[in-house]
Design a protein around this ligand. Structure first.
Ligand code: M6R
Length: 607
């Protein structure tokens, strides 16, 4: 959580910092701030509660200050310690007004450190970060680099933390443990950021810092240190895929990302499925299944958890392998029983989610096999995993994950089929599935054409405060994911249940004011689900059906979204996409900020 950005170079940094923060805003948007310095240590400090645009307005209102401030650090905050106030907004300052810092992460021992510092320092904020500013001052030994080495030794937690010193105005020192830190080299200077995307249109190359490393920027050059020694690290070239697309005619990135799904899915399968030969061709998976894997345990959070839950059904169906999924924070809370025959798979869009990362640390510490499926190239989870695949969904800007979930489900299906084809799955079944897969992107495009009809229904349902979402089998996690999307985008209370479970208690809530969404494709459980939903209808509950075009009981439904005919299993793709459109239009009907839902951040780097 929180985004940090820095610049040191030939030009004034303020606009550059604001533009960097705008890209990083998905990491937190409670408040934002920046500090800039000229080469003599003259300071320009600004903070604002709210979005980066509020900070930009404040900076703009001081336009008469046309001084060139060459060095600066900036921060966009997702509040963890302390309310959303100006005092708690970064940068934070030492008592002697000399050191300014910004921080992404959590200092777990801040209370302890604070009580040791309180006799010499007054604290103005409730944050863990201010404690570090005071700590730097109290440990300062005339050299910022060695001071920061001492500071790092005292900190427990996760941090990507930058400091500037008004008495050494060309210098930025940055330390890192667990929270991401990327340095970019550009013609006009050095940039530092919490992610590569914010550097993509500025820098020519970038370097990802490892834990316990330190970056020192001096005179527009950077050096990397580990345990006090300077080290060399090759840089990587910025890739087109790391750049954020223009919004074009869409009204939000969330909308754009939903409409990008057909292309995203093709990309996730490209080079991995040979549609002409109807085979799966992937060296990573071939090497993976050569290992002695008897069970699969999948660990993830949020939407990635629902994607994984779908994946477990696929693994069991195609390869007969026992697979279970665990929410990462629950994995952390439970007792871990290591099993050398289990493959532990970690699924994460950002590749930075703290609960997932910490779970992975526990599994790795016991020498178990780890596999990552991540979207962000070079992210922590990708680098920690023994083996990994990227979901190749491109940069996802909307805080609610959409296109990446579909890419994850696509990759999981591919993995399950690849293992299945090495086990009991018949070659003819694999070929039939691949033929059908080749049609899925078009079926999703057909689903997207239903937008106007889905919008009409969303407007109707947006007046309710509560909703159930029901599904069975593969469609149970689909219901979970749909309910998460409705909650986070529209703020309507939406709960997912297995259709068969409703009668065991939740049915008590059904009333004309409590509608139910039902996912009921033509398939094995079609009739049973209809019976369950009759129990809702009998209580005068309003029902919104998600059905297949070839549904045989259309006369039963007053509100229905009809989806293209596909096999039951593969209809998870079209059903998910239709539920995303529904959630988007619910949110728009309620005038929500769909790209940045309240209280949330895209990359959750705290436990
Ligand atoms: O980056 P990750 O996939 O690890 O993120 C996990 C969750 O934080 C994420 O899926 C979250 O639930 C999204 N807001 C869902 O739309």
């Amino acid at each position: 959580m929180c985004g940090i950005f820095a610049y040191a170079g030939d030009n004034d940094c303020r606009e550059r910092l604001i533009n960097g923060l705008k890209v990083l805003e998905y990491r937190g948007y409670d408040s934002a701030g920046l500090v800039a310095m000229d080469k003599n240590g003259k300071v320009f400090l600004e903070k604002a509660v709210g979005r980066v645009s509020a900070l930009a307005n404040e900076v703009d209102s001081r336009k008469e200050d046309s001084w060139t401030y060459n060095t600066g650090i900036a921060h966009t905050r997702w509040a963890t310690h302390g309310w959303v106030t100006n005092e708690n907004t970064h940068p934070h300052i030492s008592s002697n007004d000399r050191f300014y810092i910004v921080h992404n992460g959590i200092i777990e021992n801040y209370k302890e450190l604070k009580s040791g510092l309180e006799k010499d320092h007054n604290f103005y904020s409730q944050t863990d970060t201010e404690v570090v500013a005071k700590l730097i001052e109290s440990l300062y030994d005339d050299n910022l680099k060695t001071t920061m080495e001492q500071v790092a030794k005292k900190l427990v937690g996760a941090y990507s933390l930058a400091v500037i010193d008004t008495q050494n105005p060309w210098t930025i020192v940055w330390i890192k443990l667990w929270s991401p830190l990327i340095v970019g080299s550009a013609e006009d200077g050095i940039y530092i950021s919490s992610d590569v995307n914010a550097l993509a249109s500025l820098a020519q190359s970038y370097t990802i810092l490892e834990d316990h490393e330190m970056v020192v920027i001096e005179d527009k050059k950077y050096s990397i240190y580990m345990a006090g020694e300077q080290i060399e690290r090759a840089s990587e070239t910025i890739d087109e895929a790391q750049k954020i697309d223009e919004l074009g005619n869409f009204t939000s990135y969330t909308e754009k990302e939903i409409f990008d799904i057909p292309a995203v899915l093709k990309n996730a399968w490209s080079g991995r499925i040979n549609f002409d030969e109807k085979t799966i061709q992937n060296e990573t998976l071939d090497a993976l299944w050569d290992l002695d894997v008897e069970r699969i345990c999948i660990i993830s959070s949020g939407s990635s958890y629902y994607a994984w839950d779908m994946g477990c059904y696929f693994f069991r169906k195609f390869s007969g392998i026992s697979s279970q999924t665990i929410i990462s924070s629950e994995f952390l809370a439970d007792t871990f029983i290591p099993d050398s025959k289990t493959l532990y798979i970690f699924l994460s869009q950002s590749g930075e989610t703290a609960d997932v990362r910490e779970s992975m640390k526990i599994v790795k510490a016991k020498w178990c096999m780890t596999f990552g499926i991540v979207n962000v190239v070079g992210s922590t989870i990708a680098r920690m995993a023994d083996m990994w695949l990227y979901s190749h969904a491109g940069v996802e800007v909307g805080v609610a994950s959409t296109k990446n979930v579909i890419a994850q489900v696509g990759v999981l299906l591919l993995m399950a089929m690849s293992l299945g084809s090495k086990r009991d799955m018949q070659i003819s079944d694999v070929r039939d599935m691949i033929s059908e897969l080749s049609e899925i992107p078009d079926k999703i495009s057909e689903t997207l054409m239903q937008g106007p009809h889905i919008k009409k229904l969303a407007i109707k349902y947006s007046k309710y405060d509560h909703m159930f979402v029901l599904g069975r089998n593969y469609f149970y996690p689909v219901a979970g994911e749909a309910s998460l999307k409705c909650k986070e985008l529209s703020y309507i209370h939406c709960e997912a249940y297995s259709a068969g479970e409703l009668k065991h208690g939740p049915l008590a809530l059904v009333s004309p004011e409590f509608p139910t969404m039902v996912f009921n494709p033509m398939g094995k459980f079609y009739g049973k689900t209809i019976s369950n939903v009759q129990e809702v209808a009998a209580r005068e509950g309003l029902i919104l059906w998600f059905i297949s075009k070839n549904d045989t009981h259309k006369e039963l439904y007053s509100d229905a979204i009809e989806l293209p005919e596909t096999s039951e299993l593969l209809s998870v793709f079209t059903w998910l996409v239709s539920s995303y459109l529904f959630a988007l239009y619910l949110a728009e009907a309620l005038d929500r900020d769909v790209d940045k839902p309240r209280n949330l951040a895209k990359s959750v780097t705290v436990e």
